[in-house]
Structure formats: structure tokens, C-alpha cells
Design a protein around this ligand. Structure first.
Ligand code: GTP
Ligand code: MG
Length: 198
């Protein structure tokens, strides 16, 4: 998994995606949940995907290609549910996200990121509903686990699992991660490597 990950393509719309080749793993989630940071932590490249303290950093679908033996691409996505961004922008990002999740044939896995401090929201449930309609396998990943105490983490895991029980297409297991401490990265990398082996 480690090695020479690099940026290959950025697409502001569904009409300008890169030609399909190999498998793709995409990261979806509310603005500021830590999608770009997770890609950096996974690849061990601290500046591969652009991150920011303020929501709305990633505004396009961003494709990264790995070393040959990784055999797949990672796709960073704009965030959804960002209330302070211009309405038209939010609407166009949301449409782009849902279209991509529903219609991309090479998409092999989607990780839906949920901030462990905030838990699952209605906008997340909308994305799960879209994923239920697609043929893509998807799993929920809690982010920023370093920011919550063990008890609160247990509660958010239980609440998230309960919401997932209504989505049989989802992996029932919730992954717990921190891009800051690296917690959960080996498990997430291993899951992706298994995906390629399937
Ligand atoms: P958009 O592109 O705007 O949708 O955001 P994003 O989901 O890509 O989030 P990004 O990776 O840019 O991270 C947002 C903020 O959260 C940054 O300030 C990160 O440093 C911080 N952050 C991300 N992951 C973690 C984490 O695991 N722990 C902590 N404490 N902070 C994190
Ligand atoms: Mg981002």
C-alpha cells in the first residue's frame, strides 16, 4: 500500500471524470469530517490531498493513483451538508456526489466518514440511501476518534451501528479511526487490500 501515490485527475463535474481503469475507492462525508486527512494518513503522504481547518476545502472529485501493486485509485470528494457555503455550490457538490456514487461502474468501495464528535446526521442517511440503490459495497468510518473520550466513543459506535441496521447493504461493522494518531489505519489498509484480492 505504501509507496508512490500521486494526484492524477480533478473533476468539477460528472462529465469530466477520468477514463475508467481498475478499481476505485471513494471517501464521502460531511464537510470537514476529515476525508482528505484520512487519504493522507492512509497513503503516508501528509500533503497528497489538500486539507483545511475550514469546511469546503475539497471542491472537486480528486483522483489519486497508487503504486502498481496497490492496483486501485483513491477518490477524494467534496463534503456535503456545509450550511455556510453558497447554496448553489452546496447543491452542485451534493448532486455531483450522489451521481458519482450511483453511476460509477469502477467504484468498488465507498467509505462514509462520520465525525465521532457529532455522530450520524440526516445528510449522511441520504447518502446511505443513495448507496443502497447502487451496487457498491460501503462501510462507515468514524473519524477524529482522538477527540472523544472512550465512553462517548462507545455511545457513538452504538448509535451508528443502530442506524446501519436499517441499511442491510452496508457493512455492519463501524471502523474507528484517527488520522492524527494513525489509529485504525492498518485495519482500513488491510480492508482495501482484501478488496483487490477478491
Ligand atoms: P472538506 O474537503 O472541506 O469537505 O473537508 P475534509 O472532510 O476533507 O476534512 P479535512 O481532511 O480537510 O480535515 C478538516 C479538519 O479536521 C482539519 O483541520 C484536520 O486537521 C482535522 N482533522 C482531520 N482528521 C482528524 C483527526 O483524526 N483528528 C483530529 N483531531 N483532527 C482531524
Ligand atoms: Mg477535503
Amino acid at each position: 500500500f505504501a509507496g508512490d501515490w500521486r494526484f492524477i485527475w480533478a473533476s468539477p463535474s460528472i462529465e469530466t471524470l477520468p477514463p475508467m481503469a481498475g478499481l476505485e475507492v471513494a471517501f464521502a462525508g460531511r464537510s470537514n469530517v476529515g476525508k482528505s486527512s484520512l487519504i493522507n494518513a492512509l497513503t503516508g503522504r501528509s500533503n497528497l490531498a489538500r486539507t483545511s481547518h475550514t469546511p469546503g476545502r475539497t471542491q472537486e472529485l480528486i483522483f489519486f493513483e497508487g503504486p502498481e501493486k496497490a492496483g486501485f485509485r483513491l477518490v477524494d470528494m467534496p463534503g456535503y451538508g456545509y450550511a455556510s457555503a453558497p447554496k448553489a455550490k452546496v447543491a452542485s457538490w451534493t448532486t455531483l456526489i450522489h451521481k458519482f456514487l450511483l453511476g460509477r461502474a469502477t467504484l468498488a468501495r465507498v467509505y462514509v466518514l462520520i465525525d465521532a464528535r457529532h455522530g450520524i446526521k440526516d445528510v449522511d442517511l441520504d447518502v446511505l440511501k443513495t448507496l443502497d440503490k447502487s451496487a457498491v459495497s460501503y462501510q462507515v468510518v468514524l473519524t477524529k476518534a482522538d477527540q472523544v473520550k472512550a465512553g462517548a466513543l462507545k455511545t457513538v459506535i452504538a448509535e451508528t451501528s443502530e442506524a446501519l441496521a436499517r441499511h442491510p447493504a452496508a457493512f455492519p461493522e463501524v471502523l474507528v479511526t484517527s488520522s492524527r494518531t494513525g489509529d485504525g489505519m492498518p485495519e482500513l489498509r488491510a480492508a482495501m487490500v482484501r478488496l483487490i484480492a477478491e
